[in-house]
Design a protein around this ligand. Structure first.
Ligand code: FAQ
Length: 318
């Protein structure tokens, strides 16, 4: 029996536009599932940018020099900005910021698993910039061609800024590797702890990825989880070797036939634990976000009153 669901005309036209690489804009017709899937992915992305400020913010007051402090502050502010562009892009799909934040706070909406790990030493700031921002860029470069216009455009600027973030992280690792034995050990220890969680950032293997098939068809995602993860490994291994770091994977080896590095098995039980709220810092991250949100309520209220007054005085003039 043919199990294909008959497409209503709107869906056929929509898919034809996607296949022709047209961008879908906020006021265009779109299938409800496309809209919901985008809200899910873009808001998860926005939450990740904002929650991701916490492990790095942890080191602003303890940066080893004024220059490093200024760079780290600029980076963390950039991440806040990325969160804002992405929340704004999500709001064009007809959901309010309050609802999005509520979904984060109730656990209905996820954020990147990586930000539930602690930043224990200054070298972790190097590892986050180098590995986490690299992983983010590899994915986001492909998302510059995502089918939803506001998301694609946000990605262009975000990618430029993430490139600087990646460089500053690698530069921290390079400096530590040129330093004392204690500094080199610190850098290696950071790589040991951040390597596997970085590989998990790309999500489950393609065969296990619940959303991939539909998201690829709608061109919300342009490359598969495994494809992106492989690109990340191929780049990062060479960068590690160039500065004398050892990737903590005994199964890692260059495969001539594939033209890629083979790598060991990812601990998916750990991934599941972290995305279901039981990673090392999940509770702390959410509690901190909730507190900051509560304490900022008066700012949002003042802004709302100000906006309402502006609107009234504009109406008076008109
Ligand atoms: N963490 O079916 P799939 C950054 C969930 S930005 C948590 O494969 P999908 C910048 C997934 O949501 C980093 N959950 O899902 C920065 C789904 O659950 P759901 C963020 C994960 O969407 C740097 C379920 O597993 N980047 O780092 C993760 O097709 C430094 C099944 O998975 C983006 O968000 C995970 N790692 O593919 C900031 C990029 N992986 O929603 C500060 C945009 C999977 O049904 C400092 N997002 N899940 O409950 C994407 O490209 C995709 O959403 C994927 C996942 C690839 C993350």
């Amino acid at each position: 029996m043919d199990k294909r669901v008959a497409l209503v005309p709107g869906e056929q036209t929509f898919q034809a536009r996607i296949d022709a690489e047209e961008k879908i804009e906020p006021k265009d017709w779109m299938p409800e599932k496309y809209r919901q899937n985008l809200i899910r992915q873009i808001s998860q992305h926005a939450h990740s940018e904002v929650i991701g400020e916490q492990p790095e913010g942890n080191w602003i007051t303890r940066a080893p020099s004024l220059e490093r402090k200024a760079i780290l502050m600029a980076k963390v502010q950039d991440e806040a900005g990325h969160g804002l562009y992405l929340y704004a892009a999500t709001e064009t799909l007809g959901i309010t910021r309050e609802e999005l934040i509520d979904r984060l706070h109730t656990g209905a909406s996820k954020y990147a698993s990586i930000f539930n790990y602690p930043s224990l030493t200054w070298a972790d700031i190097g590892a986050i910039g180098w590995l986490v921002d690299s992983a983010a860029i590899v994915n986001q470069v492909s998302l510059q061609n995502t089918s939803y216009g506001p998301y694609a455009r946000a990605m262009v600027r975000i990618c430029k800024e993430e490139s600087f973030h990646q460089r500053q992280g690698y530069n921290i690792m390079m400096t530590l590797m040129n330093g004392s034995q204690v500094q080199r050990d610190m850098a290696q220890d950071a790589l040991d702890r951040w390597w596997w969680p970085s590989l998990m950032m790309f999500g489950p293997h393609d065969g296990e990825s619940a959303h991939s098939a539909q998201s690829m068809k709608w061109k919300i995602k342009r490359r598969s989880n495994d494809d992106l993860r492989q690109q990340f490994v191929d780049q990062a291994v060479q960068q590690a070797e160039a500065i004398g770091l050892v990737v903590p994977d005994p199964d890692l080896q260059w495969d001539d036939a594939r033209g890629h590095y083979d790598f060991g098995a990812i601990d998916w039980e750990e991934f599941e634990r972290v995305i279901s709220g039981n990673g090392p810092c999940n509770r702390q991250r959410l509690a901190h976000h909730k507190r900051a949100h509560r304490e900022g309520a008066w700012v949002r209220e003042a802004m709302a009153v100000h906006e309402a007054k502006q609107r009234l005085s504009n109406e008076d003039v008109a």
